[in-house]
Design a protein. Structure first.
Length: 557
């Protein structure tokens, strides 16, 4: 096998990463290629059994962008930014996130290993970045998953008050279900997420239709609204009573942090690449369609909400923690449709549990990836007969006990505050993905690799998409807590929640770099040609013609 570098040689100790060295036996690279594949790709494929089909990956990609952030959190964004502000904030964030998704998909199509960006940062940037982002992800989800379980238990209280059943019961039941599902064959997870994603889509389509009917006067006794709420109280909000255009811009800018939180997880299409069938074909397919789906289901629903609910409605800022604070429910209540809260609460409940389920997959595969790179204990690599890294699942399952902190009112306040500390993790991850991709892109140029000809898939609009997303999300990250710097608006909790993650991440990065003495991987030394050779030596199965049912699956095809 000619990798285009016949003069290069490898040491046996460098086989796992395929890095070039100057000394060593003068043996052709092709001699080591079978062992490279054996040690890195096939071993992982053997341990982590493939069970995710194309439709699972497609719907997981879509479901990652639809959750409590849309159904519940969008109301606060509307109250902060106004109808035009929240619409533009969610639209622009969706465009920027698409740049992140096509970046991670291009690298994952070439390097389909569990852990996704954690593994790619090791090969294409710096092992210290792999360590920092890996443990930052573990930290984030170890707190975020219990929070989703708590959110689901609170939603159940919409029907069963806590005075009748202690919330600890629901936390226990929901937590056990998450652990059991994640200990089973990966296909079980895929089918559940597929079903939950369909429910979310059906709800959104129904709510959009309901919203248009209300807005156009289709509900008896209700007037035609049109763009009334865009005119009164107006398209933008004077945030924090800041006068003039600056106040309106600040309100609009605040919606970006809310939208970023709502979109978090969209990059998870690649986290279980080693458990995805034909990942070099299916991951790019999911990436290419993600923007259209975000536009149709997310941005369109936000737009409909702005037509139905005034941004100065006091209901938007209520803290019930149930479907009652959803702008969709508020719109239905204004129109006198009483069944809407129950329907929305039911689907949001599945969304919250689904988010915990997805989070468990992400964090366990991240731990597995860290262990593979010797940045976590090796026993985490052990898998059960279903190909699941069960030690990773059990450890994260034990951390679900953090959810019991919410039972006490005082502890609940602490827990919510602690959850806010990691709210910037999504922005950090997106910046890391863009950074790693840009190093990968320029390494391809340095090694004279034609991305469109040699790679399994080359994302469009590169490197501009990665650069724009990196600069934009970096700016949003640095300005997320800007209100605390406005006179008489200092809030310690907000400041720590917005910026704690930055010193944590930098401490992990530079700490590992200092201890291990790691360096940036040189552009000439990145093993891109090695992975291209692996892809060509191991072609994927031919794509099958869709079944009758598959022809109707335009959402995931």
């Amino acid at each position: 096998m000619n990798l285009g570098t016949d003069e290069k040689v490898y040491k046996s100790t460098d086989l796992e990463k395929g890095r070039e060295v100057e000394d060593g036996p003068d043996i052709p690279v092709s001699h080591f290629l079978p062992r490279l594949v054996e040690q890195e790709v096939f071993v992982e494929k053997k341990d982590l059994k493939t069970g995710l089909e194309q439709r699972h990956i497609q719907m997981i990609a879509l479901a990652g962008t639809i959750g409590t952030g849309l159904f519940l959190g969008s109301g606060r964004a509307l109250a902060t930014g106004g109808p035009a502000g929240v619409f533009l904030g969610y639209l622009l964030t969706g465009i920027l996130v698409s740049g992140v998704v096509i970046s991670i998909a291009e690298m994952s199509a070439l390097v389909p290993l569990s852990g996704s960006i954690i593994r790619q940062a090791e090969y294409f940037f710096d092992p210290a970045l792999s360590f920092a982002q890996g443990w930052n992800t573990v930290y984030n989800f170890s707190v975020g998953i219990p929070a989703e379980i708590v959110a689901a238990s609170v939603l159940i209280e919409f029907w069963v008050p806590s005075t009748e059943v202690n919330p600890a019961v629901w936390i226990t039941i929901l937590g056990i279900l998450v652990v059991v599902v994640n200990l089973m064959f990966i296909r079980v997870y895929g089918e559940l997420e597929f079903i939950f994603a369909i429910l979310k889509i059906l709800l959104i389509v129904g709510l959009i239709i309901m919203g248009l009917c209300i807005d156009l006067g289709g509900v008896p006794g209700q007037p035609v609204l049109g763009f009334h709420y865009w005119r009164d109280p107006g398209p933008f909000i004077q945030f924090l009573s800041i006068p003039g255009a600056l106040g309106r811009f600040c309100g609009f800018w605040t919606t970006f942090a809310n939208a970023a939180n709502a979109y978090s997880g969209v990059e998870s299409i690649a986290i279980a690449a080693a458990e995805t069938r034909n990942p070099r074909r299916n991951i790019p397919k999911a990436a290419k369609r993600i923007f259209l789906r975000v536009l149709l289901f997310y941005v369109l629903s936000i737009f409909v909400v702005t037509l139905l609910v005034p941004s100065n409605s006091g209901e938007l800022l209520r803290e019930q923690g149930s479907a009652a604070q959803s702008p969709f429910v508020i719109a239905g209540s204004i129109a006198g449709i009483k069944v809407v809260p129950h329907i929305v609460n039911a689907v949001v409940l599945t969304s919250a549990w689904s988010a915990a389920n997805s989070g468990m997959l992400i964090v366990t595969r991240t731990l597995y990836g860290l262990a593979h790179e010797q940045k976590a204990p090796r026993f985490l690599l052990k898998t059960n007969r279903f190909g699941i890294p069960y030690y990773c699942v059990l450890i994260e399952g034990a951390l679900l006990a953090l959810g019991y902190m919410s039972i006490s009112s005082g502890a609940s306040t602490v827990f919510i505050w602690f959850q806010n500390l990691v709210s910037t993790a999504a922005l950090v991850q997106w910046c890391v993905i863009c950074l790693v991709y840009l190093r990968f892109y320029y390494a391809c140029r340095r090694q004279k690799i034609d991305r469109h000809r040699d790679l399994p898939w080359a994302g469009p609009f590169q490197p501009y998409a990665a650069w724009i997303s990196l600069v934009s999300f970096g700016t949003i990250l640095l300005t997320a807590g800007y209100p605390v710097f406005i006179k008489r608006h200092w809030d310690t909790e907000t400041f720590i929640g917005a910026y704690f993650n930055l010193p944590l991440f930098l401490g992990l990065y530079f700490g590992y770099k200092w201890v291990k003495g790691t360096k940036l991987v040189a552009l000439d030394e990145m093993p891109i040609k090695y992975y291209i050779a692996v892809a060509k030596e191991n072609p994927e199965e031919a794509e099958e013609k869709p079944s009758v049912w598959g022809r109707f699956g335009f959402l995931w095809s």
